[in-house]
Design a protein around this ligand. Structure first.
Ligand code: SIN
Length: 287
């Protein structure tokens, strides 16, 4: 089989065919996927048939698993689920959801930015998907930076942002209840402009769901600017929308993309399996 890399939108993303991810990944295939990640930031592998263990093995080729387990709170017993696997699901068994972040829309975010050391990559594998909705949107945060006016690039060069668990300025209590993320904590401070440690390119590192505030600009000015940055990075031309088909494995680079989820009907079933690998502490971009 020949591995083919085909871009899927003007903003970012490529589809990769000609590879079976349930098999061990050789060095040549790893090299092709790694280069494609650096170029396209989000990769879609259609028609995969993956067990928990096979998804974890694929994830491990790209970095260490997070230190702590990322278990879903759900009915699946611990010994049935790899400790590094999280189910993203709204499916209820005996009245209990079997996965995490079950229902409704999610604003744009990058996984783990409320931690000192966020995740490098996330891998999401579709098992059951709604007939409509529950799409995942990806924004190119290199392009978000590159298309900012020069005065904003200059202003943001020395600014830090505070990130918190679902702490964005317009995250509502209703949304937290639907996502079952009430009562959690976690907070970290990162530069608003970070340097991607592999490409050395500058990234706008803020998101509507997780960035609480810009530090040192004053409350009103910081808030206005934050909303301007959210709107700028989420413009349609900067976003790829992934409409899921069962068997899709999508992996993305959390250092240079934000992602969001569209709403879907409460009576639709949605089940995806998520793994992540560890990243490094984000560094400030050189001016
Ligand atoms: C996530 O943000 O990790 C999940 C996205 C999704 O459910 O589409």
């Amino acid at each position: 089989m020949t591995i083919a890399v085909t871009p899927i939108s003007d903003a970012l993303g490529a589809s990769i065919t000609g590879i079976d991810l349930s098999k061990p990944l050789g060095d040549d295939a790893f090299g092709i996927i790694h280069s494609a990640m650096l170029e396209h930031l989000v990769l879609v592998f259609p028609d995969q048939d993956l067990t928990d263990e096979e998804q974890v093995e694929f994830t491990l080729r790209f970095g260490d698993l997070p230190d702590r387990g990322v278990h879903s709170r759900g009915t699946k017993a611990d010994d049935q689920l790899h400790k590094s696997v999280m189910l993203v699901s709204n499916i209820r068994e005996n009245g209990e959801v079997i996965g995490s972040i079950p229902d409704g829309e999610m604003f744009f975010h990058t996984d783990g930015s409320y931690e000192a050391v966020p995740y490098r990559y996330t891998f999401l594998y579709a098992i059951e998907v709604p007939k409509t909705g529950g799409d995942t949107l990806f924004a190119n945060m290199y392009a978000a930076y590159e298309t900012l006016p020069d005065d904003l690039k200059e202003l943001l060069a020395d600014i830090d942002a505070e990130h918190g668990f679902y702490a964005g300025p317009d995250v509502t209590e209703e949304m937290k209840i639907a996502l079952r993320v009430t009562g959690h904590s976690g907070s970290a401070r990162h530069p608003a402009l970070i340097r991607h440690e592999e490409s050395s390119r500058t990234v706008l590192y803020v998101s509507r769901m997780l960035t609480r505030r810009l530090i040192g600009l004053g409350e009103d000015r910081g808030r206005d600017l934050l909303f301007r940055l959210f709107d700028h990075s989420e413009r349609a031309e900067n976003v790829y929308r992934h409409v899921w088909t069962p068997g899709d494995l999508v992996m993305w680079d959390n250092r240079c993309t934000n992602h969001a989820r569209t709403d879907f009907g409460a009576n639709e079933r949605r089940l995806l399996r998520r793994t992540t690998c560890k990243g490094t502490r984000p560094e400030r971009a050189a001016p």
